[in-house]
Write a protein that binds this ligand. Structure first.
Ligand code: MN
Ligand code: MN
Length: 336
């Protein structure tokens, strides 16, 4: 076992100098996804007014919600990402068949929740053996986006076409839709920019710091809006966001750009209600990469389901290790 208990994990996070910055941020992204999912799930499908009436402000991992979750329990957003991550680590790359098999195994294990488009896509794969669902103008839900983090990690440093192709391979198992593709690819790019942000990647000068990284994330969101105006997020405050990818990302972008730390961003987005576990998951991965693991409230990380926390930590590092970025600088003792 790589880690034993939270104490060791936090000590491990506290180690590491600048060279480990990208690795630490990858861990922040994976834990951010899981805590965002667990935090939001309590208020999924509630309106902001219902949330205010019940909690004033929802700000802790207390479980419950329509799924009657345990405290710290995550939902399909995190467990599908982990299933995809396992398939990538086993296959050695993002592979559509391997992803479809992993999703099918995941569905067989009776997940706590599952989206309709996801269920239909997996059922169709089981019948046809074909991992690419036909293009469908209605499959613009957020189900491919919520699980995209392993792709962002394992393709870090790959050329843009390679990143887009890897994303389509996993996404089209269930969601073959250009709006879903565009939104999901933007989230992947935002995570990657945040991971590399202050590490002197060449994308953003190291001197630009966190502020510079955030400006780049804003630029990526604005490029998405220019290409697909349905994502315009500078209008009315998005409350009660649906599972439509454009609604989901409008809420995520508004909360990300209106706040300046992980906790405030996550509390802001989940209190909008609607598909709150998924806005929490997606914002959690971006903000976790941007602000780093030390910015995640300890009370959230501590309460997160232990087995999930451990697998997030392990996958974050293993996926990053397989990325072109890390393969390009294999340490001498491991190169044959
Ligand atoms: Mn969910
Ligand atoms: Mn959801």
């Amino acid at each position: 076992m790589l880690v034993s208990g939270l104490r060791t994990e936090l000590l491990f996070l506290a180690e590491g100098g600048n060279g480990d910055l990208v690795r630490r941020r990858a861990i922040g992204a994976y834990l951010g996804l899981a805590v965002g999912d667990a935090l939001g799930a309590t208020v999924e499908f509630m309106t902001p007014r219902e949330i205010r009436a019940e909690y004033r402000e929802h700000r802790d991992l207390i479980g419950g919600g329509w799924l009657h979750l345990r405290r710290g329990q995550v939902t399909d957003d995190t467990t599908m990402a982990l299933a995809l991550g396992r398939s990538i680590l086993t296959a050695g790359r993002v592979d559509a068949h391997a992803a479809a098999e992993a999703f099918s195994d995941w569905m067989r294990a009776k997940p706590v929740d599952i989206g309709n488009t996801v269920r239909r896509g997996i059922a169709a794969y089981r019948l046809s053996g074909q991992p690419e669902s036909p293009q469908n103008e209605f499959d613009a839900g957020n189900g491919a986006c919520m699980r995209c983090l392993p792709v962002a990690l394992v393709t870090l440093g790959a050329d843009p076409d390679g990143v887009a192709a890897a994303n389509r391979a996993q996404a089209h198992v269930t969601h073959n839709n250009p709006v879903s593709d565009a939104g999901t690819l933007t989230v992947i790019r935002m995570v990657q920019a945040a991971l590399l942000g202050t590490a002197g990647s060449g994308i953003i000068p190291a001197s630009a710091g966190r502020h510079g990284a955030k400006a780049v994330l804003k630029q990526l969101a604005d490029e998405l809006v220019a290409a697909e105006p349905v994502f315009a997020y500078d209008r009315k405050r998005m409350e009660n966001p649906s599972a439509y990818i454009a609604d989901t990302l409008r809420a995520v972008f508004q909360s990300l750009f209106a706040t300046d730390n992980f906790e405030h961003a996550l509390i802001d987005v989940v209190n909008r209600g609607g598909d709150a576990d998924t806005t929490g998951a997606i914002l959690g991965m971006i903000a976790g990469a941007l602000y780093g693991p030390a910015a995640l409230p300890a009370r959230w990380v501590r309460r997160l389901d232990q087995a999930i926390r451990r697998e997030c930590l392990e996958q974050a590092q293993a996926l990053l290790q397989h990325s072109p970025l890390c393969q390009a600088r294999v340490p001498p003792e491991t190169s044959a």
